[in-house]
Design a protein around this ligand. Sequence first.
Ligand code: DON
Length: 569
Amino acid sequence: MNRPTARLSSCLVACLLIWTPAVVVAAADKPAAQHDVTSSRGVVVSVSREASEVGIEVLRRGGHAVDAAVATAFALAVTHPAAGNIGGGGFMMVHDTSRCTTVCVEYRETAPSAATKEIYSKLNGTSRGHLSAGVPGTVRGLALGHEQFGRCCWRDLVEPAVKLAANGFSIDEPLAKSLNGWIKRLDPYPEARRVYSKPDGSPWQAGDRLVQPELAKTLQLIADGGPNAFYCGPIADQIVAEMQAGGGLISKADLACYRANVRRPIHGTYRGYDVFAPPPPSSGGIALVQMLNILEQFDLATLKRDSAEGTHLFIESMRRAYFDRARYIGDPAFTDVPVERLTSKSYARELAAGIDRQRATRSDELGRELLTATEGPSTTHFSVVDADGNAVANTYTLQDSYGSHVVVRGAGFLLNNEMTDFNLQPGVTDRDGRIGTAANLVEPGKRMLSSQTPTLVMKDGRMVLVTGTPGGRTIINTVLNVVTNVIDFGMTVRQAVDAPRLHHQWLPDVAKLEPGRVSSDTHRELESRGHKLDDKHKQGDAHSIWIDPATGLRHGAADKRISGHAVAE
Ligand code: DON
């Protein structure tokens, strides 16, 4: 395996750098997105055309699914700036066929060593800015995945992102809208405004070209110097200077000490399928397996997905799993998480027996606690399968859209605002969904609780489904929707991704439904059972791959809720 070297390259791309903010080259029509693809070889599905194409090119050159995932992740840091990142963190589920192994590469951010509960409890309501940034994990995490599974040279995986940043790419309508909406709110963040605005100050339009020369230089340093350029080298210096200028806490030692981990995934079974998803510090694996275990007690297929009875069981399972999430789950280095019990079939049977089949349980009868900050619409998930059947489900995030809004001066990238995923008000739990339990309070060096749930589903030892999504606390339920759509309701992956979704998170005690999730009769029936419903909801962006066990064919389905692009070798 080739390792990154510390040599600073003077290659062609560096020569192309022009030291200006975002540059518009020309407006040009962009080809329509491709949402579906079928292949007997590799498939990559992500929110971005350019990033999916970078990934598939790596597979064409014989790369492992993890190589493609690393290259796709770096490309998304350029083409999907609301969530693609090098200044955030995430979780990468990997299945390697030759080693017969399934692992979670965990690269969640950590609290800076100077972070205290006191500092953050005073910041309640402030979800952006320098203090909201955790120590980024993405670059170490991608390097760890590469070190464990990669076949390609590290530099070759970062260079495509360098080129996209240096040469620019044509933006689509959703990105133009997203940037325009965000830039309006950037008065307190002049560096972000400088980097992401059109030089003439006019609004972005589909077809404009976004060029990010400073990000290109940063990525070039990572291509040449590997993760140490970010954590111990020139980029670390820039991050620390930014923190000092803006009153943030991340220090040189925090960056130098940051480690990503290879962790054993949470494993559950569901109607003969094996389900693998991330362990703590994500709550995703535990809550997903817990909900599947409860639902397995019922014959969902007969009850029908959109019936009042079936929907009632989904809501009640979600309510119970999210209550336990709030009570028990945090960074396992700081909190004893009862993983075995929460994911056991016997506990699920107890919970299932406690469900009243006719009446909604009141969430505040289940317990009184909690507070968390609101969760914004931006994380991003992508799925990869290669010709050998190796699979990657990767979810990573800046937390809210565009993270802390802090762009590291001169380095052209955004820092996360992941500190807001801690329970910021110890002891404060309310019906609005705020959580104040001990498991997820701020402590120096601790990883904040996540809901990210990149998921791999296998049948008889063979991969069948690779999925995951953004969406804050809705993430786990979106994955539950997709998995049960396929397993219980016999949907194709296209139908499973398209089908309107349902979310309940214990508190607030409201079931959120995408339009069309239930009929108006079912809606009325659920209300008469005591459920509060909100059906003006939009949920997730689940770029997924189904591998037909009979033929081995891979069916990639891009979620159409934002944009999405599926490509094949
Ligand atoms: O890790 C988490 O649970 C959150 N930081 C994810 C945030 C998110 O998904 C935002 N929006 N889509």
